[in-house]
Design a protein around this ligand. Structure first.
Ligand code: DAH
Length: 346
């Protein structure tokens, strides 16, 4: 029996308690009435009377030792518990830190509005590549080689093909390339708008940028005339700008339209009285347009005797400038939140 006592001392010495559950296990094994020490006390009866007293003392010593250890472990577990509870209190009634949502970029707002206006009158949205061949950006649009109009669109070339200049690769200078791709792919009627990014080799300043956005529009069908072009753009201006905005068509020239017109509206900033935005003329240009040149229609494999159409192209930055009085093109790409936040909720 003495050996058992020794073994239990040993076991208690090795024992470690790290949680309430383990403390309970300790209690069950050594302290409780069903534990090993009680069992030994029960065994005393079978011990010869002469040895009983000494052994009884021995067992009492063991019992006290187990109790001391138990008290110590209880204290440790308790301390652990209170230190976990003493973390700073959480006030569940405090208002949350608002989750800041982003705002729409002004150019996205205006692009979406333009799309919405044209979709309602039956235009769908088409897309085309930003890295384009000379043929789609210029050749098919009637820009002959060495035509001065090419110079006006300071082009970023990506790769030259000395055997065939039509295959030179470039960053598109306008969205008109998508007209060609559409007419090649689709049979009339074609009624699409094509928003997208364009590039020109310009020094960045308040008034010029090397990257900006346009929306191209095209309508090809039987019997489409200049009146349809005018009606469509009148409708657009009425929907997009302030009530009472004036519109005028000014004769112009583009290689891919004949006749061609530029579209001006009365200045949104000064209401037509004259200011530095409209260069004191009262008018600002918002788009180029015209009847698609029969040669361009033929270049795409459509019979220009049967089908006619109009096209237009406008700058999204320009329309945004007029709508929201943004007078520095650089603001659009600088990501200054003081600028972007002003479009919150629009
Ligand atoms: N592509 C022209 C430019 O970037 C704009 C333009 C003018 C597009 C007349 C057209 C159009 O579709 O008919 O300056």
């Amino acid at each position: 029996m003495l050996e058992n006592v020794k073994a239990i001392y040993e076991e208690i010495n090795q024992y470690n308690v790290a949680s309430k559950e383990e403390l309970e296990q300790f209690r069950m094994r050594f302290i409780s009435r069903k534990g090993v020490i009680t069992e030994l006390f029960d065994g005393l009866k079978t011990v010869p009377a002469d040895d009983r007293r000494a052994l009884g003392q021995e067992l009492n010593g063991l019992k006290n030792f187990a109790q001391e250890r138990f008290d110590l472990f209880s204290q440790q577990v308790e301390e652990q518990q209170t230190s976990a509870n003493s973390a700073p209190p959480v006030d569940l009634t405090l208002p949350t830190i608002p989750n800041l949502t982003g705002t729409q970029h002004p150019l996205s707002l205006v692009r979406q509005r333009i799309i919405q206006i044209f979709e309602r009158i039956g235009f769908n949205v088409a897309d085309g590549p930003e890295i384009e061949s000379d043929w789609y950006n210029f050749g098919a649009l009637n820009f002959p080689d060495n035509h001065p109009a090419r110079d006006m669109q300071d082009t970023f070339f990506v790769a030259k093909d000395s055997s065939n200049p039509s295959n030179d690769m470039l960053l598109r200078t306008h969205t008109s390339n998508v007209q060609i791709r559409l007419m090649e792919r689709q049979k009339p009627p074609i009624r699409s708008i094509m928003p997208g990014r364009v590039y020109r080799n310009e020094t960045i300043s308040a008034r010029a940028h090397c990257m900006f956005h346009q929306v191209e529009g095209i309508y090809i069908d039987r019997n489409v005339g200049f009146k349809d072009l005018k009606d469509t753009l009148y409708h657009f201006v009425k929907e997009m700008f302030e009530p009472g905005t004036q519109i005028r068509f000014r004769p112009s020239y583009f290689p891919f339209t004949e006749p061609s017109a530029e579209i001006d509206i009365s200045c949104q900033i000064c209401g037509g009285k004259g200011c530095n935005i409209c260069k004191h003329s009262g008018w600002v240009e918002i788009a180029g347009s015209g009847m698609v040149d029969p040669q361009v229609i033929a270049n795409c494999g459509i019979d220009p005797e049967e089908f006619t159409g109009f096209a237009f192209g406008m700058g999204i930055e320009r329309i945004t400038q007029l709508k929201y009085v943004v007078n520095d093109l650089r603001l659009y790409t600088e990501n200054d939140v003081r600028f972007l936040r002003q479009f919150e909720g629009l």
